[in-house]
Design a binder for this molecule. Structure first.
Ligand SMILES: [Fe+2]
Length: 360
């Protein structure tokens, strides 16, 4: 999932000074895209044919000046520039008791800050088995696309327990320095590729095959439901790549959005997101990542996205996909709320934006 930088489109609107500023900005932008495409981006020493994405600091500085939306969103939510939550658009942490795992979270937060990825092996081992059985994860057949099913956390206390887990939420809250919110409802994502990577690359593919980064400020939790090994279908992450302020200018087919695999493996250590069922992998998805499909190798996980407040997805648009024994996603806003008995304020508020009926 990516954020369009908001490239200029159509005639500028507003009063004449605003129109003038927009026209100048558009002109500079288009000239920079032309120059980069014509010269620098075709330098094969740093860039690779077909992929013009790069993390070179000078180029990123230029791109962030021309397409500053991502950086401004980071600034607005205190993710860059050091604005405290009460001066930013982020929500300050609730006063009072924190989850009992708050102190335990400290070293994990340091690791997440350093690497952009953090493993909690077996954290949800018991829940993973039950979830796999209940939602018939293994029943999804071979396909050249993901199987994605939204799950209502109110449907199963184990799902609710995973997405509001005290340690997970403490780590994300301390990482943000503010209240995290669920960005959308968790979904079971199954990949059971019927194709090799080469075959998948030959046609437009639903699998996120290219190295990319996601919508700004998000932290994703991948809870492995099936065993995932370095030889099987898996996600890969470029260690510490989240520390760069990614931006892209776009142009045809998001020309400079994706770096090549050669570029990423030259510049970063690649980490396979593997582990036994129940492992939680926390990822800062501003870092570079991709899917590595292996033909016939099954992978199932529950993916949950958190945000400090930006880019929350509406739940009203989702349609229930209920078939017997399969994951159900009813309209969350119609619910009276989840059973949040026993959760502290920090964990309850995580649910606030996707489940307005929940007590906070
Ligand atoms: Fe992604």
């Amino acid at each position: 999932m990516m954020t369009n930088p908001g490239n200029s489109g159509g005639a500028p609107t507003g009063s004449w000074p605003v129109r003038l500023i927009k026209r100048v900005r558009n002109w500079v932008y288009k000239t920079a895209v032309f120059v980069l495409n014509a010269f620098f981006l075709r330098n094969r020493r740093w860039y690779y044919p077909g992929f013009y994405g790069t993390d070179a600091p000078g180029v990123l500085l230029l791109k962030n000046l021309l397409a500053p939306q991502r950086l401004l969103t980071k600034l607005a939510y205190g993710r860059w520039g050091g604005l405290p939550p009460r001066l930013s658009r982020a929500t300050p942490l609730p006063s009072g008791a924190k989850p009992r795992e708050w102190e335990e979270a400290g070293p994990y937060v340091e690791r997440l800050r350093a690497d952009g990825v953090l493993f909690l092996p077996g954290r949800f081992a018991a829940a993973a088995g039950i979830i796999a059985e209940k939602y018939k994860a293994r029943a999804f057949p071979l396909s050249d696309a993901y199987w994605r099913t939204m799950i209502d956390p109110g449907d199963d206390p184990r799902i609710l327990g995973v997405i509001t887990d005290g340690l997970l939420i403490s780590i994300i809250a301390r990482y943000y320095g503010s209240q995290p919110f669920l960005r959308n409802l968790p979904h079971l994502t199954v990949a059971h590729p019927s194709v090799t990577r080469k075959e998948a690359e030959r046609k437009p593919s639903d699998f996120a095959l290219c190295w990319h980064y996601d919508t700004v400020n998000l932290v994703d939790v991948h809870m492995l439901v099936s065993p995932v090994t370095p030889e099987g279908t898996r996600m890969q992450y470029a260690r510490s790549s989240h520390r760069r302020h990614h931006a892209f200018l776009g142009g045809t087919h998001y020309g400079d959005y994706n770096p090549s695999h050669a570029y990423v493996s030259d510049h970063y250590e690649i980490i396979d997101l593997c582990g036994p069922p129940g492992t939680a992998v926390i990822v800062d998805s501003n870092g570079l990542h991709r899917m590595e499909p292996v033909k016939g190798a099954f992978r199932a996980e529950i993916i949950t996205s958190y945000s400090p407040g930006n880019s929350i997805l509406p739940t009203e648009g989702f349609v229930a996909t209920s078939t017997d024994n399969y994951a159900v996603h009813p309209n969350a806003s119609a619910r009276t709320g989840f059973d949040t008995t026993g959760l502290g304020a920090l964990q309850r508020r995580v649910l606030e934006k996707v489940a307005p009926g929940s007590p906070s």
